[in-house]
Structure formats: C-alpha cells, structure tokens
Ligand binder design. Sequence first.
Ligand code: CO8
Length: 261
Amino acid sequence: GRRYEYIQVSEPKPGVGQVTLNRPKALNALCTPLIKELNQALGELNASDSVSAIILTGSQRAFAAGADIKEMQPLTFSKAYTTSFIEEWSNLTTQVKKPIIAAVSGHALGGGCELAMMCDILYCTEGANFGQPEIKLGTIPGAGGSQRLTRAIGKSRAMELILTGKPFSGVEAGQWGLAARTFATYEELMEGALKTAETIAGYSRVAVQACKEVVNKSQDLPLRDGVEFERRVFHSLFGSQDQKIGMKAFAEKKKAEWTHE
Ligand code: CO8
C-alpha cells in the first residue's frame, strides 16, 4: 500500500497475505526503515482475522542482497551494542504466529539469506543466488545465519560457505534441504508459493498455529522434551471447536467448515 516506502502488502487470495520487499534500487538491501516496515506489516497480518498464511518475497532479480552495507559501514561497536542493532529482526520469528513462506528468486545474500531462513517454509527458483558473504566484508553473519544454515545443511557445508563466502544456487538449496521445493521459473515459484499458502489457509487457524509452534520447538528442545511439548499441545487441541468439526466432517464424509475457534 501507499503507507510503505520499501515494501508492498497485498492479499493475493482469500486467507493469504503477501509482503513484497520493494527497494529495487538497492536490490532490496535491508536498511533499518525497511525492517521497521516489514515488522509492522507482519504484525498487522498476524493480527488480521482475514489472513491465515503469509508469503514473503522480493523481486525476480533479488529477494534481498543483504543488510544495507552503506548503513553499516560507519557503525561502531558501542552504537551497535547500545542500540541492539538488528535485534528487531528477531521479531519476525517471535511475534508472527502464522506460517510464513519465503519465495526466493535472484539474490538472497547475507541478511537476505538469513531473512529467508527465518521463514517457516523456503521455496526458491533453481537460479536463486544464496550466500553468506559477510566474511568478504570483514564481518560475520549477524541475523542467525551461522545457526540456521548449519542446522539446515549440516556443519561442514555451512562452515565452508560461511568461511569462503561462496554463493550457492537454488538447485543446491533444494538438494541440501534448505529449500522445501525449487521451481524452474519465477512465475512457477510465485504460483507454487500461493498454492501452498492457500492450502494452509484452508485449514483451521488454531491447528495451523499449533503446527508451527510445535515444529519450531524441535529447533530449541531436546527430543524428549519436544515430544512431550507436542503431546501437551495435541491434548489441548481437544479443547478447540475445530477438532470436533474436523472429525465430525470426516465421519460424515463432508467438507469441514472451520470456525477457527
Ligand atoms: N547494501 C547496500 N546496497 C546494496 C547492497 C547491500 N547489501 N547490495 C546491493 N546494493 C546496491 C548497490 O550498491 C547498487 O547501488 P548503486 O547503483 O547506487 O551503486 C545497487 O544495489 C545494484 O547493485 P549492483 O550494481 O552491485 O548489482 P550487480 O547485479 O552488479 O550485483 C550483487 C549484485 C552481487 C548482489 C552485488 O550487489 C553485491 O555483492 N551486493 C552485496 C551483497 C552482500 O555482500 N551482502 C551481504 C551484506 S552483509 C550482511 O547482510 C550482514 C548481515 C548481518 C545481519 C543483518 C544486519 C542488518
């Protein structure tokens, strides 16, 4: 919409919200005002009663070419430390309870790669250009890249990529399991992301939020605790209307009409 300078927000299908990074002159480099707008838009989509799933995307040429290097260049340690530089990036993973699908085409470098990895499902084009090139700038990944890339593709590969700064392709992202699916073209990518978002939006919002919560717990908890956490949440869903509605619809061979309660 008109309210934003660096992003666009839309609802391409019922139940689906989309945020499109829109700073083409800098290949969607993630300056602080862009991150502020992104957080605001995601907060609103999260609170919206009409949205169940979210797509986060950039342009065909760039998902995002990283944090804004020109903004960071003069930054000092004391300034970064006292202002908790980039801490608000984590809002994306903590405040948004609805699933976010990253649709990545073109460059996803540095903070752009990290932003994509913060999302719940990552789709990309085969030609997408991922990488953690911070080492070339005399620094390191700062928005979770060293942790999320390593968990996603294993230590040896992540170490090699982060230490050399070498980019990797969408094909490799798919082969290594960083991307859930890859697509030959940009159009197919956007269509695929929309289809998946619509599928998710067709389910009970209560169950969808619980799915996201329990899967994410697997990243933080040991298996035993994770399985126990899952069971507790599973038990709690017997308190939802939608569990009754879903199972009744199955028994009666009808389509469930979710109340999201
Ligand atoms: N920051 C600021 N401006 C950028 C960035 C960036 N990350 N990337 C591209 N731009 C700008 C260029 O400066 C250029 O602007 P101008 O026209 O005014 O010179 C414009 O975008 C177009 O870029 P290019 O002309 O370079 O386009 P090419 O097609 O020739 O090259 C590349 C595309 C390969 C993507 C190239 O632009 C590039 O290498 N960009 C930098 C990639 C990079 O190093 N990213 C990592 C940044 S560090 C980081 O993300 C640290 C994360 C820490 C946590 C998050 C903190 C917020």
